[in-house]
Design a protein around this ligand. Structure first.
Ligand code: PSU
Ligand code: MN
Length: 306
């Protein structure tokens, strides 16, 4: 085992007993949602994973250790500490070497999950190719990570703050399959339909697990995106969402927001512009993804236990 990992007793026990484990990210807690909804959501997501037969492993860097599975106090620390960095692939070693604290993005969470031999990771939405990327070069490291790290990422698609068409092109180029659950379309986070089709529709967790196992057994090496649309009742109307996004993007441009600050800035602005509706939807979709992710993890674990 990698010496920088610190695996919680609950996750260690699950591993020993062949119980399914679901990785969860911490950037959404530290930088994606405001206090106290961030902690509430994190706790509810963990609870939902347990209710569906798997063990949650929230991942963060604390005191330089790559923590897999956080207790309540550690989760509160991630949710409240003002000094939580946002760590993607390039930032992990800095946090470890300086014995610092960092929330992990989708990319960094995939890396740590893979080091800890966890197959399934649940998040809200993946990062992607930002609009205007031809000028800004802003392409989330999440996509590179999906290209190289064999973890299944259950998400509600990608937010339309991004260029979804280019995001899907990028994934195709890098051989990352996009599976959709319950519909043909790739999901668009706050909305169910991005206007683009996913590669494969697989509704049943056992079918998803068979596909993912085959992908890895073939040595294809990459991650897999599992797009799970937000429930109908929690979805937001696309025209409203597009209006908030257009305004948030214009403000980001005026204020010269760049780099890792972009996504948190846009999320916070959309929350304010929507008078909190985007946050309620965000919460609902992550919890919904926890159900799909736990079921998938149980099905994949069955293919391991033979
Ligand atoms: N999607 C959300 N909330 C978030 C994020 C994505 O709904 O907080 C976070 C994830 O951690 C993702 C990161 O990995 O934003 C992407 O950041 P960037 O665009 O800087 O790569
Ligand atoms: Mn970026």
């Amino acid at each position: 085992m990698n010496p920088h990992l610190l695996i919680s007793p609950e996750v260690q026990a699950a591993r020993r007993q062949g119980t399914a484990v679901v990785a969860l990210e911490s950037t959404i807690v530290a930088h994606g949602m405001p206090w106290p909804q961030n902690l509430e959501t994190a706790l509810q997501v963990e609870h939902t994973v347990r209710q569906h037969g798997a063990v949650p492993a929230t991942i963060a860097v604390l005191d330089g250790r790559l923590c897999v599975g956080l207790d309540r106090a550690q989760l509160e620390r991630v949710a409240t500490s003002p000094d939580m960095a946002k760590a993607s692939r390039r930032d992990l070693a800095y946090a470890v070497a300086r014995r610092g604290h960092a929330a992990t993005t989708v990319a960094a969470t995939m890396i740590v999950a893979h080091l800890a031999d966890i197959d399934v990771f649940v998040t809200g939405g993946i990062g992607g190719v930002h609009r205007g990327a031809a000028e800004s070069f802003d392409i989330s490291a999440d996509l590179q990570e999906l290209a190289r790290t064999p973890v299944a990422v259950v998400c509600a698609g990608a937010k339309s703050i991004l260029d979804i068409s280019l995001t899907l092109e990028y994934l195709e180029t890098h051989g990352v399959p996009v599976i959709s659950v319950g519909q043909d379309a790739f999901a668009a986070f706050y909305c169910r339909d991005s206007g683009f089709k996913a590669d494969f529709r697989l509704d049943d967790p056992a079918e998803q697990a068979a596909f993912i196992r085959a992908h890895w057994d073939l040595g294809l090496g990459s991650g897999v995106v599992v797009s799970n649309p937000v429930p109908e009742a929690d979805a937001l109307p696309a025209d409203l969402v597009n209006g908030w996004i257009a305004q948030a993007l214009a403000e980001a441009r005026q204020q010269n927001i760049a780099g890792k600050g972009t996504t948190p800035f846009l999320l916070a602005r959309i929350k304010t512009l929507s008078q909190g509706r985007s946050l309620a939807t965000n919460k609902a979709l992550v919890v919904h993804n926890a159900v799909a992710g736990a079921r998938l993890a149980v099905a994949l674990q069955a293919t391991r236990n033979g």
